[in-house]
Design a protein around this ligand. Structure first.
Ligand code: GCB
Length: 573
């Protein structure tokens, strides 16, 4: 699958806007059209659009419908319907015919609708969306007898993580066309820092060759059994780097024997190298220290709906505060956002939607779903230079032996698909973690000064040092602190600093960073969280998670001004 674009051989239009919406209160023939209860916006999560609780926390079936007209001039084309993501499960029907379904949210899926689309009258598209999480889904949910009475036990909706389980058609819906004769199906670009570029990929249909053009260079490859492979070199190549996003484009033309252009597509790429050497992560041969945040796709009203304005604002704030990176906690973010990171030079740790996998409940289906979505994520994002590391999961119960074969399988899948990026797993089990041998960088979430040692910054610093020393002694790998922080109410002040005040967040974060920077094997500090975000209802969350450095409407709390100063100076000279 490649990201849809309008080119000289492909048309593209989006089916975003206002759709009809109804809950599936009882089973019925919704697929052939239904009487709406509400109107809904696409893309958006549906939860916070409405005022009624029965809609907001509804996780069972809901239906979306709209009609669209196909322009006659596309009659001879192959027509594809694409969903950039539907959470958690989406099942689509066109003119009453079932197209298929996709689960695990957050990754795209598409259907060839050439033979089903009507050029004479309006087409009716109905989509059933369901957000029921279970022991078989990734992430898991509804583990109502969770034996570990952690901070999320008993919360509503019942998830083993705190962010609100937003649902719906949260990203764009598109229709694109290709020629029926042949079309580019996948493309993988790999590069070396001397400017060598290798392009491989797949073509469907009857094609004879693929022609590639990049700057002044043109090369071609025969299409054999639907695959192609070509290489070329860019002279005086300009590397892609942090806030220096040099990008190139390779134009790909799929041709038949007669040299007729059947499909044209342009794939953007950057040339950069990322690897782990000893206690350092090297970007283009130089050590890079990750300074930034864990984030969420989260904003008032739209929930996890794609919103370009929020994405632009967030990146402006990252630049302002001198951050260089963030982790797509705790699921794949929109492809459009990753493309923006490419264009702006922001480093991304790209995470599978596997948060809080609990081995008390894991089934064979859990691993199957996990492998599937991880594979889909790598396939979607592997050409994006901003993605510099894969994170296979966040905070699983990796202190249990059952986690060992499970994480071995995940690590093997990633390495079989992509050997050009380091792989991490984010643990909350510190030195008790049993699966770090499979990963290149240790990612760890630690909350001294918050969930333990509340209000005791000095003791929290000692505790952090002690934990990190034990972890390094055991794992002997670079450690990235992927979460630490404190819930903070903007405008609440106290001297001496007390939990929830802006002073406490500032003192704790700066104090913990001091310890991290004293330990040579620590390769980065990612604060939890970039901004406040909405959570499930729970006695330890007041109006959401308030660990944001910025408020939910993206204004700085006090700590930001200190981070901006600290992060202005490069960690490695
Ligand atoms: C964590 C989780 C994150 C939570 C955070 C918190 O360890 O990874 O999803 O939001 O703690 O604030 O409790």
């Amino acid at each position: 699958m490649i990201y849809p674009k309008r080119t000289r051989t492909r048309d593209l239009f989006e089916l975003n806007g206002i759709w009809d919406f109804a809950r599936e209160l009882e089973p019925g023939d919704f697929a052939n059209g239904f009487i709406p209860e509400k109107q809904v916006a696409v893309p958006s999560s549906y939860n916070d659009l409405f005022t009624e609780e029965e809609f907001r926390s509804w996780d069972r079936g809901v239906w979306y419908q709209r009609t669209f007209t196909m322009p006659k001039m596309l009659k001879d084309e192959r027509i594809v319907l694409r969903f950039n993501s539907v959470s958690y499960r989406g099942e689509a029907f066109l003119n009453g015919t079932r197209l298929g379904e996709h689960e695990t949210g957050y990754t795209p899926f598409e259907f060839d609708i050439t033979d089903l689309v009507d050029f004479e009258k309006d087409n009716r598209l109905c989509v059933r969306v369901e957000n029921i999480l279970s022991t078989d889904t990734v992430p898991m949910g509804n583990l109502c007898n969770d034996p570990e009475p952690g901070q999320f036990a008993g919360q509503y909706p019942d998830t083993p993580f705190d962010f609100f389980p937003y649902a719906g058609i949260q990203r764009p819906v598109m229709i694109y066309t290709t020629s029926k004769k042949a079309w580019l199906d996948s493309v993988v670009v790999t590069t070396q820092n001397d400017g060598t570029v290798k392009v491989t990929g797949k073509v469907a249909g009857a094609a004879a060759k693929a022609v590639f053009q990049c700057l002044e260079t043109t090369v071609e490859s025969a299409v054999v059994d639907g695959t192609f492979e070509a290489s070329f070199k860019i002279d005086d190549v300009k590397l892609w780097d942090v806030w220096e996003p040099n990008l190139y484009e390779v134009a790909i033309c799929i041709q038949n024997d007669a040299g007729e252009a059947l499909d044209e597509y342009a794939q953007r790429f950057g040339v950069r190298e990322i690897k782990v050497e000893g206690n350092r992560i090297l970007l283009n041969g130089k050590p890079v220290y990750f300074q930034g945040f864990g984030r969420h796709e989260d904003f008032p009203i739209i929930g996890k709906g794609l919103n370009h304005s929020v994405n632009i604002r967030d990146h402006e704030l990252l630049k302002w505060i001198n951050a260089n990176s963030y982790r797509t906690t705790h699921y794949p973010y929109s492809e459009e956002l990753i493309q923006l990171c490419d264009e702006q030079g922001i480093l991304i740790i790209s995470e599978a939607p596997a948060v809080s996998i609990n081995f008390e409940f894991v089934t064979e289906r859990t691993l199957e779903a996990h492998l599937k979505v991880l594979g889909e994520l790598i396939e979607r994002d592997r050409n994006y230079p901003s993605v510099v590391m894969w994170s296979v999961a966040n905070e699983a119960t990796t202190n249990r032996p059952e986690s060992i074969p499970y994480f071995k399988a995940l690590s093997e899948l990633v390495r079989s698909m992509d050997s050009t990026r380091p792989v991490t797993m984010i643990t909350c089990k510190a030195e008790e973690d049993m699966v770090m041998e499979f990963f290149d960088v240790v990612g760890v979430n630690l909350y001294p000064g918050w969930y333990h040692l509340p209000g005791q910054v000095k003791e929290a610093k000692e505790d952090l040092r002690d934990t990190l020393e034990k972890m390094y002694a055991k794992f002997k790998k670079p450690i990235l602190i992927t979460e630490f922080g404190a819930d903070t109410i903007p405008g609440l002040h106290s001297l001496p600093a007390e939990q929830w005040s802006e002073e406490y967040q500032t003192e704790l974060i700066l104090g913990l960073i001091e310890v991290m920077r004293d330990l040579d094997y620590v390769v980065g500090e990612h604060i939890w969280n970039f901004a406040d975000f909405r959570t499930a209802q729970n006695f330890c969350r007041v109006g959401g998670n308030k660990k944001g450095a910025f408020t939910r409407d993206r204004q700085p709390k006090m700590v930001c001004h200190f981070l901006k100063k600290l992060w202005a100076e490069p960690r490695y000279k």
